[in-house]
Ligand binder design. Structure first.
Ligand SMILES: O=P(O)(O)OC[C@H]1O[C@@H](O)[C@H](O)[C@@H](O)[C@@H]1O
Length: 319
């Protein structure tokens, strides 16, 4: 067969439904320049985001249990309708351990990207869910990869009930980092936070970038729309852009708590950091028919992208 006779393989679809761990359905997203993402219908949870070199950017525990009723440990769990134990529901609400559906007829969403690598999911409460949280809603989640490999999550929650309801929310994003001791977070300095390790008491952060040398579990309040995680060893900076989500949780369990979690490796705390765009301090109330939107957009750029050094000011201002 001559070279001319060879037929190029058909391009891989930008969004494909396939089977993941333990036969759980997942959607694989592929952007034409090589970046990719995976979304499990269980939890509507992103479990992988890779750049165009195939490097994984999110942390998923090697001990993660991909089986209901436990939520998957890592990626981007959705905390709804309750963040953590801020209410009477189970920890982080129930959206993260329910099966979502593919939404084949999503309400239009303005998009400034031509990428076809996206999926729309929908979660509506079952009769059982309504017994524990008696409010009907439609939760639409779009997960999209931008042409440069950015990962975008847009949540739209509509009150389809006859009475108002109130909720808290977080994108519980687990970033993969080379070494937690080498990581700095920019954008949260000087802000007030509630310290979950000290009875949710309110403190004010010092003027320096955050660095990590022990367990941290803080809810930063009224945060800027842009936060950066600088990974010195990897020479990579994650930039989080967010909308509709004033708070940001920063969590790392460190060694003792890591050992106490069955679905988390003893030393894995060294290689992850959760920075979670959220709405916690001021819960959101929706009247019947009203819709709320919350969005997070993640990019991973080489630190050298901003003038050859780690210069957080330039990252935060955009280069
Ligand atoms: O083990 P879970 O339920 O996934 O929660 C993990 C952590 O999630 C964080 O968002 C909370 O601030 C922590 O308090 C909590 O420990």
């Amino acid at each position: 067969m001559s070279a001319a006779d060879k037929v190029a393989p058909p391009p891989l679809p930008p969004a494909e439904l396939c089977t993941g761990v333990h036969g759980l359905p997942k959607v694989l997203l592929r952007e034409s320049r090589g970046s990719s993402a995976e979304v499990y219908l269980y939890g509507g949870q992103v479990t992988s985001w890779k750049n165009d070199h195939g490097e994984e950017l999110l942390f998923v525990s090697s001990k993660a249990i991909f089986k209901p009723p436990k939520a998957i440990r890592g990626g981007i769990p959705i905390c709804f309708p309750q963040f953590a134990n801020h209410g009477s529901l189970e920890q982080h609400g129930f959206a993260r351990n329910r099966f979502w559906k593919i939404d084949n007829d999503p309400a239009p969403l303005p998009t400034n990207s031509t990428s076809k690598a996206y999926v729309d999911l929908i979660f509506k409460p079952s009769d059982e869910d309504l017994k524990i949280w008696p409010h009907s809603f439609e939760f639409r989640l779009r997960v999209a990869l931008g042409p440069g490999g950015d990962l975008m999550l847009t949540s739209r929650i509509r009150n389809t009930d006859a009475k108002p309801f109130t909720f808290t929310f977080a994108y519980h994003t687990y970033f993969s980092v080379s070494d937690i001791s080498e990581v700095r977070v920019e954008g949260l300095e000087t802000l007030d936070y509630l310290d979950n390790l000290q009875n949710k008491e309110r403190f004010t952060e010092q003027g320096d970038a955050l660095t990590f040398e022990s367990e941290v579990d803080k809810v930063y309040l009224s945060t800027p729309t842009k936060i950066a995680i600088l990974d010195h060893e990897k020479k990579r900076t994650f930039v989080i852009r967010k909308d509709g989500l004033p708070d940001a949780v920063v969590w790392n369990p460190w060694d003792k708590k890591a050992k106490a979690m069955a679905d988390f490796g003893d030393d894995e705390y060294k290689h992850m950091l959760c920075v979670e765009p959220a709405s916690i301090e001021k819960p959101i109330t929706l009247k019947p028919g009203e819709e709320w939107r919350g969005r997070q957009e993640l990019s991973a750029v080489p630190s050298s992208y901003c003038s050859g050094q780690l210069d957080p000011r330039k990252v935060l201002q955009g280069c």
